[in-house]
Ligand binder design. Structure first.
Ligand SMILES: NC(=O)C1=CN([C@@H]2O[C@H](COP(=O)(O)OP(=O)(O)OC[C@H]3O[C@@H](n4cnc5c(N)ncnc54)[C@H](O)[C@@H]3O)[C@@H](O)[C@H]2O)C=CC1
Ligand SMILES: O=C(O)[C@@H]1CCC=N1
Length: 280
């Protein structure tokens, strides 16, 4: 479970890939007081390098270079499809004793370990609310990872929100389907609620404010309540009332079952990514 928020990492950090997820983690670390100079980033695309310079004052390298050897913790924030190639490019420069933290969906720790010649690998599955310090992250560590290594990883993740450790690596695929992809499901529901509000005569801005506020309020209520979501739902649902009409319509259309099915599809895709783009 999530512990008290630890301080920023004392070791030097390198990020391989400086896109959305890397930026979310870096932004949190800098907000906690980490010096931009203690973070290296390897990022081949000029647009992304420009953003890192403007947002964070970090001069990212175009390609791996000798300075990578200074990093005690290397964070892999590249797409699953490019991980193997990025690992092959960076490996000659990385300290063989470094700890590695991957946020890539699906790519298994034994693939990463094989590509990098190490067993000191932790996998993380964060999500984009990390951008506002409210992320949820699942973490998995290989056996060779020590308690001190885990603490370092927690220092990287803590500024972006909460985290849990899972015991079995395949559980990370479930985390990916649930909370990794989860913000997109919430946004899809928001889109539908806003559309419905607009169709029923509300201004889109009003509908958006009502929808977003409802998600924020309902999730905060669920977070603080001792009751499970089912009980909270039943309290909104007066017999023969409006919510009953909506929930009955959704159940007749099997919306909950289809939604569960969709998460299984996401989990299946996470496994496929590991099979397609992993080597071991
Ligand atoms: N976006 C999301 O909601 C989440 C993404 N992830 C994972 O995070 C990883 C990164 O995703 P995003 O940040 O969204 O993608 P992104 O496309 O924003 O960032 C990836 C970056 O890697 C760079 N890159 C490409 N080849 C490279 C190489 N050889 N060496 C170094 N950098 C290279 C790209 O230029 C790009 O800026 C993915 O593996 C994804 O599965 C995990 C959780 C949530
Ligand atoms: O869609 C994806 O593959 C990534 C992983 C979780 C969120 N985005």
């Amino acid at each position: 479970m999530t512990a008290a928020a630890p301080s920023v990492p004392s070791t030097r950090l390198a990020f391989i890939g400086g896109g959305n997820m890397a930026s979310a983690l870096i932004g949190g670390l800098l907000a906690r007081g980490l010096e931009p100079a203690s973070i290296q980033v390897v990022e081949p695309f000029e647009g992304a390098r420009d953003r890192l310079r403007q947002q964070f004052g970090i001069a990212a390298a175009l390609a791996p270079e000798a300075a990578l050897a200074d990093a005690g913790l290397v964070v892999w924030a590249v797409k699953p499809q490019t991980f193997a190639e990025a690992a092959a490019q960076a490996r000659p420069f990385v300290d063989p004793g470094a700890l590695h933290l991957s946020v890539a969906a699906g790519i298994r720790s034994n693939s990463i370990g094989t590509w990098l010649g190490t067993t000191r690998v932790v996998r993380a599955m964060p999500n984009t609310p990390a951008l506002v310090g409210q992320g949820m992250t699942g973490l998995f560590a290989r056996d060779a990872v020590t308690a001190a290594d885990r603490a370092q990883v927690e220092q990287v993740i803590a500024p972006s929100g909460e985290w849990i450790w899972v015991d079995a690596e395949e559980q990370l695929d479930a985390v990916t389907a649930l909370s990794g992809s989860g913000p997109a499901y919430v946004f899809l529901f928001l889109e539908a609620m806003i559309q419905a509000g607009a169709e029923m005569g509300l201004a889109r801005e009003q509908a958006a404010r009502l929808a977003v506020g409802t998600f924020a309020g309902a999730t905060e209520l669920a977070r603080r309540s001792q009751e499970p979501p089912t009980v909270l739902r039943e309290r909104v649902t007066s017999k023969g009332g409006t919510t009953y009409a909506a929930i009955t319509s959704m159940q007749q259309d099997q919306v909950p079952a289809h939604f569960v099915k969709a998460l299984h599809a996401a989990r299946t895709r996470a496994r496929e990514l590991g099979d397609e783009f992993g080597s071991a």
